[in-house]
Design a protein around this ligand. Structure first.
Ligand SMILES: CC(C)(COP(=O)(O)OP(=O)(O)OC[C@H]1O[C@@H](n2cnc3c(N)ncnc32)[C@H](O)[C@@H]1OP(=O)(O)O)[C@@H](O)C(=O)NCCC(=O)NCCS
Length: 222
């Protein structure tokens, strides 16, 4: 099977704030109402920026006007484009935004800022695979934090590809925490998915999961 080219775009939203009025005008009435319900201005602003940029990005790929795109949602809330065969997924962390998209693929992605997590050891003990726990036990300090976040983004990307999000089983074994830039298969409860590690900017770790072998084309908007 030929590898599918997955377009992955990283955005620093702090560089997009001057475009907020333009991006807000692309939203559907439902998205605009969802934004209105967000009480914290910075959270509302990021919502408008990322949903406007998502529409712009998918509209460009489809050759369609961004406001005309229609989305459906899976049983656990995973958004999908209505009609057509473009799969996508989005993840945000602070001002970072990651969008993965490809024709004919089911995708998941996750982006997290690298920082210490006081709950990391307890989360790993409860939810991570035996080999992941062993890999973490041999690390400390920054090495531990980096390995924990790496494993976490992989799991979230896989579960977002499946569509369950964090309600799904976190115990999937995602292998050695050292980053792997080539796609490799990972066994999940519902079959094999492919996984790629990325560090789009230093200190921000991400993973992309797909239902087929893939390569990544990374576009940076920073
Ligand atoms: C979905 C989930 C992984 C997102 O967590 P998060 O920390 O906000 O993570 P990210 O920033 O990486 O992803 C958010 C994006 O993922 C997408 N998404 C939402 N639900 C998803 C799902 N079940 N699977 C895959 N992607 C999903 C959306 O595009 C969302 O963006 P939005 O919040 O701007 O609409 C997490 O909330 C979760 O697992 N929830 C469990 C499912 C759930 O409770 N659903 C209730 C709503 S029906």
């Amino acid at each position: 099977m030929d590898a599918t080219a997955v377009d992955v775009a990283y955005w620093d939203l702090s560089r997009q704030r001057s475009r907020i009025a333009h991006l807000a005008a692309l939203l559907s009435p439902e998205e605009a109402a969802r934004a209105e319900r967000l009480a914290i201005p910075a959270v509302r602003e990021r919502f408008v920026l990322r949903h406007g940029i998502l529409r712009e990005t998918l509209g460009e790929m489809l050759g369609a006007a961004p406001p005309e795109l229609r989305f459906t949602h899976g049983p656990d809330g995973k958004p999908a484009l209505a009609g057509g065969d473009i799969g996508f997924n989005l993840s945000k962390s602070g001002d970072g935004l990651l969008i993965a998209m490809a024709r004919g693929a089911t995708l998941g992605c996750d982006l997290e800022e690298l920082r210490p997590n006081a709950e990391a050891k307890a989360i790993a003990a409860r939810w991570f695979s035996a080999s992941e726990r062993a890999a973490l036990a041999s690390r400390d300090g920054d090495d531990f934090d980096r390995a924990f976040v790496r494993l976490w983004v992989r799991k979230e990307a896989l579960l977002k590809a499946v569509g369950t999000g964090l309600q799904g089983p976190l115990g999937i074994d995602t292998g050695d925490p050292e980053p792997a830039e080539a796609a490799r298969p990972v066994q999940t409860a519902t079959g094999a998915l492919w996984l790629i590690d990325i560090e789009p900017v230093p200190g921000w770790l991400a993973a992309v999961a797909a239902d087929q072998p893939m390569t990544i084309r990374l576009a940076m908007h920073v």
